[in-house]
Design a protein around this ligand. Structure first.
Ligand SMILES: [Fe+2]
Ligand SMILES: [Fe+2]
Length: 305
């Protein structure tokens, strides 16, 4: 694909085609097939958590203090199954958004080829998430009919910078968390293996989406900036709702009303959300994509201090 030389860039920024070419090379060098990369036959380790304590929604509440070690581990298993289910929904939406994007792209160029590579990564991730949910003895959390309808419609609205920013909202916040927790020695080995694979492959996706945003912002209208910078804030309530799904506490055998009440007031949980969102918040800020309404939505849902 030939592109006109970029007029504005003071330092030569690689084109999206060049970025895509490098990411394809990286993918060839380092990709994982979870069927063989994860030791599926290894037994679960007695007494280990399925997510580290400090990222569990109830950690830091009076209710957490009353739970037995067994109840805490059971809750960590449900929170893992929930977060992987949310990951599955997100990757499904992203892949359909990317597939629609491909209709507008040159199928012979590296951009389209990297998009297809990324979609292939996500297909393997979705398989891996589903298998880990099963392996740890949990069941996936399923979308209700209304959410399924919204998830089916959403990819049609994910265009231009909204597609890239949407991808980053789904990828960066979890990525920041996974990087912090994957080396925890108290984590079940199968979960640590999943996170290592996911972090390595998502680093390429995040690079691609960030470059997509930066390129797009070089020519974006003020209207596009304002719209995307505020619509992105919807990520706050959507993630908050998905990650504190009352079904988690129900399946863990807890008092659902009490758990939901204490999670809502849990400042420790908000601190974890702020840490997870910080790199993306800084990136959105740098690119003029933190609108007034957007900022308020992120803050109200605990992602900004
Ligand atoms: Fe993924
Ligand atoms: Fe991804």
């Amino acid at each position: 694909m030939t592109t006109a030389p970029e007029r504005t860039a003071p330092t030569a920024r690689p084109s999206m085609a060049q970025v895509a070419g490098r990411l394809i090379n990286g993918s060839v060098r380092r990709s994982y097939e979870p069927d063989v990369a994860i030791d599926w036959d290894a037994p679960l380790v007695e007494g280990k958590y399925f997510l580290p304590k400090e990222v569990i929604s109830l950690y830091g509440t009076p209710y957490w203090e009353e739970l037995t070690e067994e109840q805490r581990i059971a809750l960590s298993r449900e929170e893992l199954a929930n977060v992987l289910s949310v990951g599955l929904w997100f990757e499904n939406i992203l892949n359909r958004g990317l597939l629609l994007q491909l209709l507008r792209e040159d199928p012979a160029g590296p951009f389209a080829h990297y998009v297809l590579t990324e979609m292939g990564d996500e297909c393997r991730h979705m398989t891996m998430f589903g298998k880990v949910i099963d392996r740890v003895g949990a069941r996936p959390y399923r979308m209700g009919r209304r959410d399924r309808f919204l998830a089916a419609a959403l990819p049609h609205f994910l265009r231009g910078s909204l597609l890239w920013v949407g991808a980053l909202i789904g990828e960066e916040i979890f990525d920041a968390q996974q990087r912090r927790i994957m080396a925890d020695p108290d984590l079940q080995p199968v979960v640590a293996q999943l996170m290592r694979i996911h972090v390595i492959e998502e680093a390429r996706h995040i690079k691609f989406a960030r470059e997509g945003v930066v390129h797009r912002m070089q020519s974006a209208s003020r209207l596009e900036r304002v719209l995307v910078g505020n619509l992105a804030g919807l990520g706050g309530p959507v993630l908050k709702r998905a990650l504190t799904n009352p079904g988690i506490y129900h399946r863990a055998g807890l008092d659902v009303d009490r758990a939901v009440r204490e999670v809502r007031a849990n400042t420790h949980h908000d601190e974890m959300a702020v840490i997870g969102f910080a790199p993306l918040a800084a990136f959105l800020e740098d690119n003029g994509l933190m609108g007034r309404v957007g900022r308020r939505l992120w803050r109200r849902n605990g992602f900004l201090p």
